[in-house]
Design a protein around this ligand. Structure first.
Ligand code: ZN
Ligand code: ZN
Length: 356
C-alpha cells in the first residue's frame, strides 16, 4: 500500500518533466532572442524595438495559453451521474450481469445519456462509480472520468478535454506563431552568421540554435495542429477518431457533427471576438441567466427536442442553490438535432421562474 502510494507520488513528480523541458526551452529562447539577438546583435534601434514588441506579444500569448492548458482542471461528471447509496447498494448486491445492466438502464433514464458501450450497455465507470456522460472517458493518469476527453497530454501534464480543449488548441496555435515569428526574423541573421558576415561569439551559437529549434518545433506543431483542426471541424475528439461513438442506433463516426460553424462554436464559444483569447467562452444565454439567478430547484418536464438543446446543459450542473455549478458549461448534446429524443427539459421551480 505504502509502496504503491510512493510509486504514485514518484510518477506525479516525474510527470512534470515534459512541462519543465518545454519551459526551459522557452525561457532559453527568450534569453537568446531578447538579449543575444535583439540587444547584442541588432544595431538599428527601430528594428530592435519592432522585433521586441512583436516577440513579446507572441511570448505573452504563448505563455498565457500554455498556463491555461496546464492549470485548468479537467471537468468531471457532476453528482447527478454518480450512483446514489441505494443504487450502489442495489448494483453491488446484484450478481447477475444482465440484472446489473438493467439497473444502470433504469438510472440512465433520468439522465441525458445517448451513447452506449460497444456491447449496447450503458457506459459505466467502475472506478469512479459514475454513469459516463456522453463523450466522457476514464483517464488512468488523472484517475477520474473526464468530460469530452480528448487525450491525456504529457506536454501540459493535464487531461485535454471539455474544460481546456480551447486553451490547448490556442496553445498549439500560439506556439506555432511563436516559432514562425522566430524563424522568420532570425533567418537573416542566421545566414549572416553562417557566411561569416557577423563576428564569432556566444550570439552566433544562440542564433543558430534558435533557428534549428524553432524550425524543429514548427514542423511537429504543423502536423499536430493540422490534425486537431480537422478534428474540430468534424466535431470529434482524438479518442472518437480512433473508435467511433456508439449511439442507440449503432456506431456513428459523425454522430456529434452539427456543421462546421456550430462545431467551432462548441469549442470556441458564441462570441467570435473571444475565440483567440484563452478565456472560457462556451456560454449560452440560459446559463448566463442562471448564473446570476440561481434557481432553488428543478423539475424535469417533457418538452420538444428544440427546448432540450437549450436546457440540457443545465443537467450537468450540480444544481446546488446559490452555488455556481462546476460543470455548467458542458454542452455536449447539440448533436441531438441529428438524434431527436422524445425530450425533456429542466424547469426552475422557484419564484424566479417568472424571470425565465
Ligand atoms: Zn472513471
Ligand atoms: Zn488525464
Amino acid at each position: 500500500m505504502a509502496l504503491s502510494r510512493g510509486l504514485r507520488c514518484c510518477a506525479r513528480v516525474f510527470s512534470w518533466i515534459p512541462v519543465l523541458i518545454i519551459t526551459s526551452v522557452v525561457l532559453w529562447s527568450y534569453y537568446a532572442y531578447v538579449f543575444e539577438l535583439c540587444v547584442f546583435t541588432i544595431s538599428n534601434t527601430l528594428e530592435k524595438v519592432a522585433y521586441l514588441l512583436v516577440f513579446h506579444v507572441c511570448f505573452v500569448m504563448f505563455s498565457w495559453t500554455y498556463w491555461k492548458a496546464i492549470f485548468t482542471p479537467p471537468a468531471t461528471p457532476c453528482k447527478k451521474f454518480q450512483l446514489s447509496y441505494s443504487d450502489k447498494d442495489r448494483y453491488e448486491r446484484e450478481e447477475r450481469p444482465d440484472a446489473q445492466k438493467q439497473i444502470l438502464v433504469d438510472i440512465a433514464k433520468s439522465l441525458p445519456i445517448f451513447t452506449r458501450a460497444t456491447s449496447g450497455a450503458i457506459r459505466f465507470c467502475d472506478r469512479c462509480q459514475v454513469l459516463k456522460p456522453d463523450r466522457s472517458h476514464h483517464c488512468s493518469v488523472c484517475e477520474t472520468c473526464v468530460l469530452k476527453m480528448d487525450h491525456h497530454c504529457p506536454w501540459v501534464n493535464n487531461c485535454v478535454g471539455f474544460s481546456n480543449y480551447k486553451f490547448f488548441l490556442l496553445f498549439l496555435s500560439y506556439s506555432m506563431v511563436y516559432c514562425v515569428f522566430i524563424s522568420a526574423s532570425v533567418f537573416r541573421f542566421f545566414i549572416n552568421f553562417w557566411v561569416g558576415d557577423l563576428p564569432n561569439g556566444p550570439a552566433k551559437f544562440h542564433v543558430l540554435f534558435l533557428m534549428f529549434v524553432a524550425l524543429m518545433f514548427l514542423v511537429s506543431l504543423m502536423f499536430l495542429l493540422g490534425y486537431h483542426c480537422w478534428l474540430v471541424v468534424q466535431n470529434r475528439s482524438t479518442l472518437e477518431a480512433f473508435s467511433a461513438p456508439v449511439f442507440t442506433t449503432g456506431p456513428d463516426r459523425n454522430g456529434f457533427n452539427v456543421g462546421i460553424r456550430r462545431n467551432l462554436q462548441q469549442v470556441f464559444g458564441d462570441n467570435k471576438r473571444l475565440w483567440f483569447l484563452p478565456i472560457c467562452t462556451r456560454f449560452y444565454t440560459p446559463t448566463l441567466f442562471l448564473e446570476r439567478y440561481p434557481p432553488v430547484g428543478f423539475i424535469l418536464q417533457p418538452c420538444s427536442w428544440r427546448d432540450t438543446l437549450l436546457f440540457l446543459e443545465v443537467l450537468y450542473s450540480n444544481l446546488v442553490p446559490g452555488e455556481i455549478p462546476s460543470c455548467r458549461f458542458y454542452t455536449p448534446t447539440l448533436f441531438l438535432e441529428r438524434y431527436p429524443p422524445v425530450g425533456f427539459t429542466l424547469q426552475p421551480c422557484s419564484w424566479r421562474d417568472t424571470l425565465l
